[in-house]
Design a protein around this ligand. Structure first.
Ligand code: UDP
Length: 246
């Protein structure tokens, strides 16, 4: 499974489970080429409906994982269910274990100054056999200096944590500038790896309420959460169009 694509508002998601996504990534690690994976949630999928360059970038990715519960619900409404939610942070953590086993190296890009370094130190603690080949915070001025540094470090995998949609556009633009690495766009994952922010407790995750937990602790996220109803309305329109064969 994996090559089935599910269209939600024009973004084509891969029907991957954690297992099939990891299998794909493992195969890629044995056959290095410039590749990138994205993990859009409802907010970014909704934004992509109106922004063709973002949509094209997401659809150009080698892997499109459904990060949020909103996308999973939307796919179900459209009659093309996804196997489930596949949070980028969980995929990243599972991939770290694979990388350690295979002796692969990681570059961490993003977060406020010091965060990527702290994340690297913690990753080295939990995965001693994994090499961290470089880090760079996400508030640089010269993008070409960053891509040059990445090329010099020659990582196998790059966690690109610049927030969405910045990180997706960054990966699309720099696919050929960073060497034969697998890039993953992972938002706040660098903060979680650094121990700076915590994921919602398991009960919230199980109930599909991780977003609510995040909003409670970061009230600035309310505006983002408020876009969800509009996302579901747009999905309803897509379903109606599909039914009418438009
Ligand atoms: N960030 C960055 N450079 C920027 C803007 C954001 O490195 O120019 C980082 C920010 O410090 C944070 C991450 O990107 O670590 C975005 O986190 P957020 O939780 O907003 O992302 P999400 O996972 O919701 O996309």
């Amino acid at each position: 499974m994996g090559d089935v694509k599910i269209d939600v508002l024009g973004v084509r998601f891969d029907a991957f489970t954690m297992e099939s996504a990891l299998d794909r990534a493992k195969a890629w690690l044995c056959d290095p080429k410039p590749r990138f994976a994205v993990t859009p949630n409802a907010e970014i999928t909704f934004a992509a409906q109106k922004d063709a360059s973002l949509r094209d970038t997401l659809n150009a990715a080698d892997m499109v994982l459904a990060d949020g519960v909103g996308v999973v619900k939307a796919a179900k409404r459209l009659g093309r269910p996804l196997p489930g939610r596949l949070p980028g942070v969980e995929f990243a953590q599972a991939l770290l274990a694979v990388m350690e086993e295979k002796g692969k190296s990681l570059y961490l890009l993003g977060g406020k100054p010091g965060v990527a370094r702290a994340a690297a130190d913690r990753v080295k603690g939990t995965h001693p056999a994994l090499r961290v080949s470089g880090v760079r915070d996400g508030y640089y001025e010269d993008e070409s200096a960053v891509t040059r540094h990445i090329r010099e470090c020659a990582p196998d995998v790059i966690f690109v944590c610049l927030g969405a949609p910045k990180q997706e556009m960054w990966m699309g633009r720099n696919l050929e500038n960073v060497g034969p690495a697998l890039m993953l766009g992972l938002g706040g994952t660098v903060d979680i790896l650094a121990g700076k922010t915590k994921r919602a407790p398991a009960i919230f995750r199980r109930l599909g309420l991780e977003w609510l937990y995040r909003v409670a602790f970061h009230p600035s996220r309310w505006a983002r959460a408020m876009k969800l109803p509009r996302f579901m309305l747009a999905v309803r329109r897509q379903r109606r169009r599909a039914k009418n064969g438009v």
